[in-house]
Unconditional design. Structure first.
Length: 47
């Protein structure tokens, strides 16, 4: 794992609870929440 991947992983794991709380407040179906969080992670790492 290169340094930018490690940095992203640290940032994502520290931010995930807040992102998950926000998504949970907007998306009520659990399976949809998981999809939104996964899509968000992919978009963030691709950016």
């Amino acid at each position: 794992m290169d340094s930018s991947s490690r940095h992203f992983t640290r940032l994502w794991t520290s931010t995930l609870p807040k992102v998950a709380a926000f998504v949970s407040s907007m998306v009520h179906a659990v399976s949809d929440r998981d999809d939104v969080l996964q899509d968000t992670a992919v978009a963030a790492i691709s950016a």
